[in-house]
Design a protein around this ligand. Sequence first.
Ligand code: BEZ
Length: 404
Amino acid sequence: MKAVTRRRFLSGAAATAAGVAVGPWVLRAHGQSGPLKVGLVLPYTGVYAVLGESITQGMELVFARENWTVAGRKVEMIKEDDEMKPPVGIRKTEKLIDSDKVDILTGPVHSGILLGMRDKVHSSKTILIVSNAGADDISRAKCSKWIFRTSFSNWQPNWPMGPWVAKNVSKEVFVAAPNYQAGKDQIGAFKESFLATGGKVIGEDYPKLGETDYAPYLTKIKQSGAKAVYAFFSGTDAVGFVKQFDEFGLKQSVKLTGAGFLVEPDVLPAQGKAALGVISGHFYTPLLDNPTNVRFVKEFREKFGGKMPDGFACQGYDTAETIVRAVKATNGNTQDKDKLVAVLEKTEFDSPRGHFRFDPKTHNVIQPYIYVREVREVAGGLNNVPIDKVADVKDPGTGCTLPA
Ligand code: BEZ
């Protein structure tokens, strides 16, 4: 056997750094003792910047509780701004996987970015914990053994709302959402159950994502004679739509309903009284009276200058909680991906939203409840008061056959 000279050793080390195949002992040693690298692909600029911020803060709250150390490994969050642009999100995903060699990837917010990064994540066997983007296909034909979702599928908060709106608000609605995958999925889910319970859609419109002037759309709503609108908008789009809906004078005659993102606490302060009375479906409200949520709201507000946590912060919390529990269960080993997937599938805990668990059929979260909420003035300002709920809401998972 040849002796390993210093030069030979160094050239081997250089090959390792360049990503050339190395013995499993090198990988194992690196995976267990180095930092736990968590890559975040999130919007920190643009229409959904406030969502990216809340998700990050929810994660930070959990990692700070763990003193930024999990199973002896220091947690390193590597944050990348996807700028809400699919090509940028895909490039940042490649950088985090190929250059930073993250142990676990999280994000994104935008459904189009999630669909764009899916094949890279799948082929590189990178564990992705989706912390917002709801693209239905990720729990259906494009599901992957390596992808878990702690947030929601776009179908989940909307499908229970169809029968509820038909029964309690109006059998005729106008629907509106931004013109991209999430808008189509969310309105599609609402329409599916609304039409099946005798509802009629009397008009629909899909403004561009990032629209600032909704006047032409509000004019069409007025002309349609609709008694109710069902809408999905989020971030600055939600602020613009809800405020202009009120300024246009529609609030007096048309009931505004929609997916919960329309009136989350990230946008409520900017919307102000224009949001009063809006009815929406969501898996969370900071008013939930369970011990985990009471503690979460208190600690989040203390840490982030009094800010009220929203559903996005809850998603960040659940993403970090999932990572902490899974990495502890493997004793810090993130190299054995099959083992990590096996423990992730079994991960369950008490979340601010209720009891958290994944559907083993799709790797998507089963929502303990979808709440029907109404924006009301309560102690502490405007908030989403739960007025009804539907239990155990699971994406249908059509076309997903794991392991895929
Ligand atoms: C999405 O693109 O999937 C999405 C964005 C904001 C809120 C909800 C869903």
